[in-house]
Design a protein around this ligand. Structure first.
Ligand code: FAD
Length: 308
């Protein structure tokens, strides 16, 4: 029986883990990997203490700091269920070899982040990693000098378009809405880019290609007319879905699946906490996730002290 299991080992999980280790708590981190979305964040210039870094480097620093503090980590274990067992929790996962791993803990901190939303159109699944990508930071360089389409209208899509405008010959920016919804500075920059063609009010209906992407079909919202463009790659950035299915039966998520927490990162179930992007708090940023991880740990520590 652990005092605390931290599920997830990235910004929120790692910051909580460092505090827990320094408090000599009986705890463990269980995580699919130690990178999460931080590792996919590309260039990072807004994390305190670093003028310039990138997602891979920063997530490695988080992992190094956990190792320096001798945090007990089960890396490579994906949790698929968290249930209540008396006044404790049962956490069940599988490792890379599909071996079941079962843990018991008096308290659980969920820091599982989010994953990209899919378009759910024909061709998307079939052509995934054959031209379809959800991570421009990771796969953008594969399309140097080629033609790509970015689908989406928020900050992630704008970041994707700006990055690809430097790498690709041409970028189609397909947005289902009439306007982009993102940081003003990105939207203004977009207007200056000569190799970007914005296709707005356009609903993507199909990814075209056999064995590899050759184009995108979309429907003009006003006329209903279907049109096709030729592309080598498609970057899908249409929002994020919280990794919260493991607690869906506990009734702690909002209608979008984010875990509902109060300002101390407590869910409505005593002993169950959430922090970072998976929590229903606005502004998904690394420094925010790290801060929430610390708050959640300190609240969990109080909870454990009071129940012993
Ligand atoms: C393209 C992009 C660019 C970004 N750029 C920036 C930026 O410049 N600056 C900034 O501050 N933020 C940026 N962000 C946001 C930032 O990445 C997130 O806010 C941050 O990663 C949230 O940290 P987290 O710890 O909540 O989740 P994550 O970093 O996603 O970590 C989730 C952790 O949970 C684990 N996990 C998930 N499910 C399970 C499971 N079932 N079982 C076990 N473990 C599990 C993962 O392996 C991982 O360890 C960017 C995001 C994206 C997508």
């Amino acid at each position: 029986m652990f005092d605390l299991i931290i599920v997830g080992g990235s910004a929120a999980g790692a910051s909580a883990a460092v505090y827990a280790a320094r408090a000599l708590m009986n705890f463990k981190v269980v995580a699919t990997d130690l990178g999460g979305e931080v590792a996919l964040s590309g260039e990072i210039g807004n994390y305190p203490g670093f003028n310039e870094t990138n997602g891979i480097e920063l997530s490695q620093k988080f992992a190094d700091q956990m190792k320096f503090n001798k945090v007990d980590i089960d890396e490579g274990v994906t949790v698929y269920a968290i249930t209540r067992e008396g006044n404790a929790f049962r956490i069940v996962g599988k490792d890379y070899s599909e071996n079941e791993k079962v843990y018991q803990a008096k308290a659980v901190l969920l820091t599982t982040g989010v994953h990209p939303r899919h378009l759910k159109v024909p061709g998307e699944k079939e052509l995934y990693q054959k031209g379809v990508s959800y991570c421009t930071t990771c796969d953008g360089p594969l399309f140097r000098g080629r033609v790509v389409a970015t689908i989406g209208g928020g900050n992630s899509a704008l970041e994707s378009i700006l990055m690809m405008s430097n790498l690709a010959k041409k970028v189609y920016a397909i947005n289902i809405d009439a306007e982009f919804h993102g940081e003003r500075v990105y939207i203004e920059k977009l207007k200056t880019l000569k190799n970007v063609e914005v296709i707005s009010s356009a609903e993507t209906t199909r990814i075209l290609g056999e064995g590899k992407v050759t184009g995108v079909e979309y429907k003009e919202k006003g006329s209903g007319e279907k049109k096709k463009i030729e592309t080598d790659g498609v970057f899908v950035h249409i929002g994020m879905i919280p990794n919260s299915t493991i607690v869906k039966d506990l009734g702690i998520c909002d209608e979008l699946g984010f875990v509902e927490v109060d300002k101390l990162m407590q869910t409505k179930i005593p002993g169950l906490f959430a922090a970072g992007d998976v929590a229903n708090i606005p502004y998904q940023q690394i420094s925010i996730a790290a801060g929430q991880g610390v708050t959640a740990f300190l609240t969990a520590q109080n909870y454990l002290n009071q129940r012993q």
